[in-house]
Design a protein around this ligand. Structure first.
Ligand code: IPE
Ligand code: IPE
Ligand code: MG
Length: 248
């Protein structure tokens, strides 16, 4: 296994888990079989990332736009999600993982919200890794919702327009309690963001692999993290400035 520098891991790792359908279709299987296999990759990644001591892991599991998939696939995904949340709760307790959800939960079926609430409540006091699932999530929807809430408060007189800055806006997003992702992995070869964490990804390092999510392995995870460790994050500064602060 590749060696990683434990002092240079991302604090927040985000993943767009893509390619389940193609994985299945390449094997003449139904798309849902790909989603089922994808859940096994999720289990592996959650365990590895929590063991590495990375404090925040966020997984894009279902986008706001995924509602337009065929109803049978949406139903199957919801059933898988419910089973996953139920079956993983005890593992989350064992690993001290706190569960978190971002996205438009009002659009999720009641029984899903019930299952999510149970796991959120059970894991609320855990202090290890925060595992966030993005469900019915869209970055534009999230920012629009934040803007609307801010507008209502300004109209009500509880907020002044000159108080609206980057920090305040970030506090109105679903991710108010999370640091911005340092590293984003997307599987299956697509080089796009697909409306994920638009605001939060401003300075995130991006990583793409051709491997479909069900085939993503521990070795691939380490390969990605080792790629992250070789990067220089400049945040607009010059390389010389960055090296100066690293040496001091
Ligand atoms: C990712 O795999 C899972 C979800 C979006 C729910 P896909 O289902 O998008 O797989 P492809 O992209 O069709 O292969
Ligand atoms: C993004 O994947 C959403 C999730 C991984 C949950 P999609 O497969 O929906 O993205 P597009 O449609 O190819 O951009
Ligand atoms: Mg896809």
């Amino acid at each position: 296994m590749m060696e990683l520098d434990p002092t240079r891991l991302p604090r927040h790792l985000a993943i767009i888990m893509d390619g389940n359908g193609r994985w299945a279709q390449e094997r003449m299987l139904k798309r849902i079989v790909g989603h089922q296999r994808g859940v096994e990759t999720v289990r592996m990644v959650v365990e590895q990332v929590s063991q590495l001591g990375i404090p925040y892991l966020t997984l894009f599991a279902f986008s706001a736009e995924n509602w337009s998939r065929p109803p049978a696939e949406v139903r199957a995904l919801m059933a898988l999600l419910k089973r996953f949340v139920r079956s993983e709760t005890s593992r989350m307790m064992r690993h001290d993982i706190r569960f978190n959800v971002i996205g438009n939960r009002a659009e999720l079926p009641d029984e899903i919200n019930q299952a999510l609430n149970e796991t959120l409540a059970k894991t609320a006091a855990n202090r290890g890794m925060v595992l966030t699932l993005a469900l019915s999530y869209g970055g534009r929807q999230e920012i629009t919702h934040a803007a609307a809430r801010i507008a209502r408060e300004v109209a009500a007189g509880t907020l002044r327009p000159d108080q609206v800055d980057e920090r305040l806006l970030a506090q109105y997003l679903d991710t108010a309690d999370l640091p911005d992702p340092d590293f984003l992995i997307r599987t299956s070869g697509e080089m796009r963001i697909s409306n994920f964490l638009l605001w939060q990804l401003a300075y995130t390092e991006l990583y793409y692999t051709d491997i479909n999510w069900p085939d993503f392995t521990i070795t691939e995870l380490y390969r990605a993290l080792s790629d992250f460790q070789a990067r220089e994050r400049r945040f607009g500064k010059t390389s010389a400035q960055i090296q100066l602060t690293q040496r001091s």
